[in-house]
Design a protein around this ligand. Structure first.
Ligand SMILES: [Zn+2]
Length: 59
C-alpha cells in the first residue's frame, strides 16, 4: 500500500509519463482512503492550468 509521500510522487510523475497499470491501481486505492491526496491531485491540475495560462500570455 502506498503512503502519502509515494502517492504524491506518482501523481506528479503521472503528468510526465504514463504510469503502469500497477501504479495506477495503487494510486486509486490510495485515493479511495485518503481525501488529502485526492484534493492534492486536483490542486496540481489547477496549478498547472494556471501556470500554462501564465506562460502563454503574450502581452
Ligand atoms: Zn494520501
Amino acid at each position: 500500500m502506498l503512503d502519502c509521500r509515494e502517492a504524491t510522487g506518482l501523481m506528479s510523475q503521472a503528468r510526465e509519463r504514463h504510469l503502469s497499470l500497477r501504479e495506477r491501481v495503487a494510486l486509486r486505492l490510495h485515493w479511495a482512503m485518503c481525501s488529502a491526496c485526492r484534493r492534492f491531485d486536483r490542486q496540481m491540475d489547477v496549478l498547472r492550468a494556471a501556470a500554462r495560462r501564465f506562460a502563454s500570455r503574450s502581452d
